[in-house]
Write a protein that binds this ligand. Structure first.
Ligand code: AN7
Length: 357
């Protein structure tokens, strides 16, 4: 354990003796049983896959380690991506670890401080594009085609290959695939990757069935649910503010082959799920990640019978990615006190300890 996804899952990945053994200790993330939401939605068993525990704080690291290792192997000295934030943080981290340069294109003003601070700290060259993510990605793809840089967006198949290892881990942990997998959908690479992982394990006889894939977009940025691109995507969940996903077809394939669904949740539903996760489960994720749990709650409210079902919600990124959002949602400030026992004790009004108790 702690060996990273290339070493642990080499047999399933497009790596060979010439691939550098790059790792920051990604993967092997916790699969935590729900304490409260499981009961509220009436699920047999509910687990959260805590992808925020990866080295740069999101699931992107699983695919990025493979994409950057393959870029090194191919002799590139620079990696490039467009990003709503997490891909840029991850690309910058692995480029730093590999001794490569990184360039990240971000939609100007639309990336959280936490994510930008990471790209800065890891030493990426950051270009704020005056447009939406989709425009930045279109530029990145053309730069990747015409210039001496390795494109590490999820249109790079090595990204998808690495990210499928999360599905392997879930089956390895449960001993079988879950019945349902709830996952946020933005550029749709991750749902594509999970479906590949589950079906590869199924085809190899390591699980009998694959789960129904339940993907959730944000209502104001829901091209796949609507069936058409969205030109001005809007949502509080900036990570998935995407109007024309690159892996659109992969997501539809996952939905159709698994008998699942791709639907949308409102910002209010995302906020409600975010709060429930933090306050009743002790799990702090970023707003985009809460879309998976919002989707589960919506599905249960819609009358789905989940009793007897094993359900996994993927929580794609840590809450520390977006502290501004968390502080706004809490709507509280620290209470002020002088630095002495009397002041703190009188502020708190705690009951006295009973002697002998
Ligand atoms: C926390 O970083 O697209 O459907 O550029 O950061 O595979 O795109 C991030 C996406 C879900 C959606 N949750 O995954 C980027 C970027 C979080 C994310 C998604 C993202 P995909």
């Amino acid at each position: 354990m702690g060996a990273g996804v290339i070493e642990r899952y080499a047999h399933w990945l497009p790596v060979g003796p010439g691939t550098p053994p790059l790792t920051l200790g990604e993967g092997d993330t916790p699969l935590v049983r729900s304490k409260v939401i499981e009961r509220e939605v009436g699920a047999g068993r509910l687990f959260f896959k805590l992808e925020g525990c990866n080295p740069s704080g999101s699931f992107k690291d699983r695919g990025m380690v493979v994409a950057v290792a393959k870029a090194m192997e191919a002799g590139y000295d620079t990696v490039l991506c467009a990003s709503t934030g997490n891909t840029s943080a991850s690309a910058a981290a692995y480029a730093a670890a590999a001794g490569l340069r990184s360039i990240v294109l971000v939609p100007d003003g639309a990336v959280t401080q936490g994510k930008l601070s990471q790209a800065m700290a890891y030493g990426a060259r950051i270009v704020a594009v005056k447009g939406a993510f989709d425009e930045a990605l279109a530029i990145a793809r053309r730069l990747g085609d015409g210039y001496a840089v390795a494109l590490v967006n999820s249109v790079n198949p090595h990204r998808i290959a690495g990210q499928k290892t999360a599905a392997f881990e879930i089956v390895d942990a449960l001993g079988e695939a879950p019945d349902l997998l709830f996952i946020p959908v933005g550029n749709a690479g991750n749902i594509t990757a999970y479906w590949r992982g589950f079906t590869e394990y199924r085809d190899a006889g390591l699980t009998g069935a694959a789960p129904r894939m339940m993907g959730f977009e944000a209502e104001g940025a829901a091209p796949i649910a609507l069936g058409r691109p969205v030109s001005d995507p809007q949502t509080i969940a900036s990570a998935i503010r995407i109007g024309n996903p690159a892996s659109w077809r992969g997501a539809e394939q996952a939905r159709d082959e698994s008998g699942g669904a791709i639907d949308a949740v409102s910002d209010d539903e995302i906020i409600d799920a975010f709060k429930r996760l933090a306050r009743t489960e002790g799990v702090f994720c970023e707003p985009a990640s809460a879309a998976s749990v919002a989707g589960l709650i919506k599905t249960a409210k819609g009358g789905a019978d989940l009793s007897g079902a094993t359900v996994v919600c993927v929580l794609t990124g840590t809450g520390l990615k977006d502290p501004t959002f968390a502080i706004q949602m809490a709507g509280v400030e620290a209470e002020q006190s002088d630095a002495d026992l009397e002041s703190v004790a009188s502020l708190l009004r705690l009951p006295q300890k009973v002697a002998g108790a």
